[in-house]
Design a protein around this ligand. Structure first.
Ligand code: PGA
Length: 250
């Protein structure tokens, strides 16, 4: 099935970042109290660099913005260099004027992880929902740590990482050794993500081509979690030519 997903194919990864940053900046300018969803991983790093540049050079202000991150490793403190709290601080938060108390990253060291997940969902509701959520995609089609098999209405919860994901995150970019990668994470659910008013998914490189083709042109199926965005009313995939190379239509 080809769903509703809007596809934007850019020449290269730098153009993907510029296009994504332009969309997020547009949301923030339209509503200075915007609630934005964020992702970690290699793919969004250039987008965060571009948003930081827009703050520095063009006066884009995050002063009224609230942020929610997709996920965090279970057991990692926010000061751990591989924690997603640390990643966000390093790549974006410290470069812009977002108020630290308006940045919501799940606490991997919470005394009760289940309560932490519930509180995260409640906080999203209390702020009126997420206006626009940035996503990456795994080579197996995962979004956040929702691995294949995750249900369409899943909520924020503790999940197991698959061997594929553990391997991808210990290829030297992040963890150096698979043994160091936590086996579990706290992750927003697919249902949580689908409730965002807009979703923007980024993919660059040929290692994502199969997942992008399955998500955009394949069946609506839990086998490919990103395909569960096909019926979202405002979902855009911004990809480079390599990531688009498996698509029949691109
Ligand atoms: P990556 O990860 O951006 O590091 O490729 C994306 C993901 O696994 O969601």
């Amino acid at each position: 099935m080809a769903g509703n997903i809007n596809l934007v194919v850019c020449d290269d990864a730098a153009a993907v970042a510029r296009e994504a940053a332009r969309r997020f900046a547009g949301e923030i300018c339209a509503r200075p109290g915007a609630v934005i969803g964020l992702a970690t991983g290699s793919t969004p790093e250039a987008t965060y660099a571009e948003l930081a540049r827009m703050h520095r050079e063009e006066g884009l202000s995050f002063a009224g913005v609230s942020t929610f991150n997709l996920d965090e490793y279970l057991g990692l403190d926010g000061t751990h260099e591989q924690s997603y709290r640390y990643f966000m601080h390093d790549r974006l938060f410290r470069h812009v004027d977002v108020q630290p108390w308006n940045t919501f990253v799940l606490n991997g060291k919470a005394a009760n992880a289940h309560l932490e997940c519930q509180a995260f969902e409640q906080k999203i509701l209390a702020l009126g929902g997420v206006d626009i959520w940035l996503l990456g995609i795994g080579g197996n089609g995962h979004i956040a740590f929702n691995e294949p098999g995750s249900s369409v209405d899943s909520r924020t919860r503790v999940v197991n990482l698959t061997p594929d994901t553990i391997a991808a995150n210990s290829d030297g970019r992040f963890f150096k050794d698979a043994a160091e990668v936590p086996r579990c994470a706290l992750s927003a659910g697919i249902g949580t993500i689908r409730e965002a008013r807009k979703v923007v998914l980024l993919a660059t490189g040929s290692s994502k081509a199969g997942a992008i083709a399955a998500a955009v042109e394949g069946d609506f199926t839990t086998d490919c979690p990103a395909s569960l965005l096909q019926d979202h009313p405002d979902c855009t995939f911004i990809v480079d030519r390599d990531a688009a190379s498996g698509l029949k239509s691109a």
